[in-house]
Design a protein around this ligand. Structure first.
Ligand code: PHB
Length: 394
């Protein structure tokens, strides 16, 4: 479905944010012709399919930030090279190779889909190109497959699941059915959830999966109605999430079996689902209502630029790295080292990276009310992901 027809607002990730850096780079300090060329940033993102609005959101936020910096980072123009990943893992190797070897991007960013991320980061590791994963949560990227040049500005799937499981235990929920798309992101978000939920005394009665990216939910919803769990924990995102929430409400389940999930379930689809989403509770590293100056400023700027409010943010990483090398992207080791140490205040709250390069960040409980994800409380502050198997962590 084209984005224009979904009516979905955009969730937003800024991989390129931070205080202006351009004024510090003196023209005569730039050594060579290469420095006069624009920095090429590759964006491997879904611009079609069920995740299209997520890809658009990430792109918009990056463009907005760049515009706010006068089109330059550390004194250098930035050129975005976009490729539609179609959220399709089989196409990811070829597309990433095109960006790295064909377009010779200086920095690689994206994707949304965990399967695409696995292929993308494999190439990134081999090529050594500094890479920022701006959404996809595949656990391995910042666990056993961590790498010195691969960073994540978003979250790991397991991390969000762990935080949501905690919130559900805190809410007194004793049993639940899980339901998700059958691919890495859904499975890992369920595994994280299962961990904290069961350790907190909860019982997972049944795990239901449907193939990605199907939106045929009727049989599963009938099964949930017959099982009657105390709650459902569910990961869907983008167009699929909007359909799931509407179908869940149409099946009259929301009143008796509250729907919970990672915040991707409701982010970007708040307006599209309207009252059907009332009462859906989610946990995420961002909430519209995070009360800090960075969030207020960013929301205002985004609203002014696009006429809508953003939903989720990933912030400020690349700019930190670029400042450290004065825009000289050829200094990869220094750029990577600076990004690894990045620490700043962001719209989502304090942001820093673990030794495996995954954000350590707050997680918030939100409840959807008439098209708004209303902040309920902070579930956990400065919550790290596991670094299991990461050699950088040793
Ligand atoms: C993923 O595939 O990692 C993924 C996709 C969409 C989301 C979150 C995670 O909203």
């Amino acid at each position: 479905m084209p984005i224009s027809e979904t009516g979905l607002s955009r969730r937003t990730f800024i991989a390129l944010a931070g205080a202006g850096a351009s004024s510090l780079a003196l023209p005569f300090a730039r050594p060579a012709l290469a420095q006069a060329q624009p920095i090429k940033v590759g964006l491997l993102l879904p611009y079609s399919g069920t995740y299209a609005q997520l890809g658009e959101a990430i792109t918009r936020a990056m463009e907005l930030y760049l515009k706010q910096q006068g089109g330059k980072l550390s004194g250098r123009a930035v050129e975005f090279v976009r490729l539609d990943s179609e959220a399709s893992p089989p196409k990811a190797t070829e597309l990433t190779t095109k960006l790295v070897q064909g377009d010779k991007v200086d920095i690689l960013t994206g994707p949304v889909h965990s399967g695409v991320a696995m292929a993308m980061t494999k190439i990134a590791r081999e090529a050594g190109v500094p890479t920022i994963v701006t959404n996809a949560g595949a656990d391995q990227i910042t666990r056993q497959l961590c790498a010195k040049n691969v960073f994540r500005s978003s979250f790991s799937n397991g991390q969000v699941g762990l935080a949501t499981g905690k919130a559900m235990v805190d809410a007194g929920i004793k049993n639940a059915v899980t339901m998700t798309w059958k691919y890495a992101a859904g499975e890992q978000m369920v595994n994280g959830f299962r961990d904290t939920f069961t350790k907190g005394g909860g019982k997972v009665i049944k795990d239901i999966t449907v193939p990605f990216p199907t939106v045929e939910f009727q049989a599963a919803l009938a099964e949930i109605a017959s099982i009657k769990p105390q709650a459902v924990y569910s990961f869907f995102a983008g167009g699929g999430a909007a359909k799931f929430i509407k179908d869940y409400a149409a099946a009259n389940l929301q009143a008796s079996i509250p729907l919970w999930g990672p915040g991707f379930l409701t982010d970007g689809v708040e307006k599209a689902v309207g009252a059907a989403g009332n009462g859906v509770k989610t946990v995420l590293h961002y909430s519209d209502d995070v009360d800090n100056a960075e969030n207020k400023a960013f929301r205002a700027a985004f609203k002014e630029a696009y006429g809508i409010y953003p939903d989720v943010y990933a912030v400020q990483l690349l700019d930190v790295g670029l400042k450290a090398v004065n825009g000289d992207v050829a200094k990869r080791d220094e750029l990577d080292a600076a990004m690894a140490k990045a620490s700043f205040k962001s719209p989502r709250g304090p942001f820093r990276l673990s030794v495996s390069h995954n954000p350590i960040q707050n997680f918030y409980l939100r409840e959807l009310k008439d098209g708004n994800n209303v902040l309920v409380k902070t579930v956990v502050k400065e919550f790290p992901d596991l670094t299991t198997g990461c050699r950088l962590a040793a």
